[in-house]
Write a protein that binds this ligand. Structure first.
Ligand SMILES: Cc1cc2nc3c(=O)[nH]c(=O)nc-3n(C[C@H](O)[C@H](O)[C@H](O)COP(=O)(O)OP(=O)(O)OC[C@H]3O[C@@H](n4cnc5c(N)ncnc54)[C@H](O)[C@@H]3O)c2cc1C
Length: 391
């Protein structure tokens, strides 16, 4: 594994940097900052379309579905540069990084040609309907039922923690189609348009004040047989494939952690202790903590490149290591920001302004250690599948 860009990668990185400098203007950021709800999604659909036109949205996808057939390393460069440029949140990640790769592997030809180009261009927003009020980590126990009646599946049940469902066009939903089989062999995956009759979506407010999550109530929701993805009763493989891609996708957070490291250093440089006598960056304890998270952020970045090179694109159990490491690091870095905040003079408006986003983002950082399987579940996978420890 190389630790530096090849000539071709370096040229591509320059292209991405220049493109972002031209397109992520101050005016664009101000306009984006003034949006919320549906308007925000429309704004981001436009952004995703521009990334797509520039060949950056789905760079390593096959050209047949809108990609550029590029090596995975170029997609990682895009993610890295997006993080360095403080790009807007990637609301299309569920479609682009979780559902689309699964569709490429497991869906029918018709589903691939119907859905993938629209996902690539950001024309449709997708959500994922796995978790239920009593079934999160133990997904195989889910109780939402789908019964085939007169050529249609009729779905009844409840989902929860559904990200972006209130704004999304589709949900990739898991339901039980067979109650006789062992729990994980009786599930089927469906593509469900969220405008279908019988779907009631109720947003939930999170601890960070945002409203990204939803409860979804399904009351005699009818979908055609061609809504099934993969095999009937074969939903487990769909779910496991998606979770592998989800964990790899979340690991992109490693690039954000490196950006966070730079931001933490900047904050510590311009903020003074409460007595105003020292800059925080000059405190030995602060330097030690910054060094520690800086090293971990570098490891997270290298892990992203290392595992992409090793696996050739197909995620395995190593994604649990990446997901665990980056999400826990992200949480630690935000906790360190709050620690710096506690040491600084918050009566100084300049110092206060340095920390305005960190508090909210600290609260958000907990969610990433839960989404896509909790840290405890990742540790179980690492111990059993990578370290070979007994169950
Ligand atoms: C930011 C965010 C976004 C999300 N987006 C979605 C989404 O779009 N779609 C969706 O379907 N879901 C989504 N989720 C839900 C997420 O997948 C679940 O919250 C997660 O799988 C945990 O399930 P649970 O909440 O039911 O917790 P539980 O499974 O009840 O777990 C409770 C606690 O017990 C621990 N635990 C459980 N089983 C074990 C075990 N075997 N060994 C050790 N410890 C264990 C867990 O680690 C946790 O600490 C999202 C969650 C978050 C935070």
């Amino acid at each position: 594994m190389r630790l530096t860009d090849s000539t071709q990668e370096a040229e591509f990185r320059t292209y991405v940097r220049d493109w972002l400098a031209d397109n992520l203007t101050d005016q664009w950021r101000r306009d984006f900052g003034a949006t919320e709800g549906r308007e925000r999604i429309d704004f981001l659909k436009d952004w995703q379309g521009r990334l797509f036109d520039a060949g950056l949205a789905v760079r390593s996808w096959p050209a047949a579905f809108g990609g550029r057939d590029a090596p995975l390393a170029e997609s990682l460069i895009v993610f890295e540069e997006l993080a360095n440029a403080d790009a807007p949140p990637d609301v299309f990640r569920i479609g682009v990084r979780i559902i689309a790769p699964m569709i490429m592997e497991l869906a029918s030809e018709d589903q691939r040609t119907r859905f993938l180009p629209h996902i690539a261009e950001g024309l449709n927003l997708w959500s994922q309907g796995f978790s239920e009020p009593d079934n999160g980590s133990d997904l195989s126990a889910l109780t939402t039922r789908a019964i085939l009646k007169n050529g249609k599946y009729v779905i009844n049940g409840q989902k929860v923690w559904n990200t972006y469902g209130h704004l999304a066009d589709y949900c990739l939903l898991l339901a039980r189609t067979n109650t006789e089989a062992p729990p994980h062999k009786g599930l089927t995956a469906f593509i469900v348009p969220l405008s279908t009759r019988g779907i009631d979506i109720r947003p939930l407010r999170q601890i960070n004040g945002q409203q990204d999550f939803n409860e979804i109530f399904l009351d005699d929701v009818e979908v055609a047989e061609d809504a099934v993805v993969g095999e009937v009763d074969g939903g487990w493989i769909v779910a496991m494939t998606m979770l592998g891609f989800e964990r790899r996708g979340i690991s992109v957070l490693g690039f954000a952690c490196r950006r966070l490291f730079q931001r933490l250093i900047d904050v510590a440089r311009v903020t003074s202790t409460r007595d105003g006598k020292q800059r925080l960056i000059d405190l030995p304890g602060v330097r030690e903590k910054l060094t520690s998270v800086g090293i971990q952020a570098r490891i997270a970045v290298l892990n992203n490149h290392r595992f992409a090179a090793m696996s050739g694109g197909k995620p395995g159990a190593e994604t649990s290591m990446q997901k665990l490491h980056t999400t826990e690091l992200n949480k630690t870095m935000h906790a360190l920001a709050l620690d710096l905040m506690g040491k600084s003079d918050l009566t100084d408006p300049h110092a206060r302004s340095q920390f305005s986003e960190w508090e909210r983002d600290y609260l958000t950082s907990f969610g990433m250690t839960i989404a896509g399987g909790t840290s405890q579940i990742q540790r179980n996978i690492i111990s059993e599948r990578l370290l070979g420890l007994p169950r």
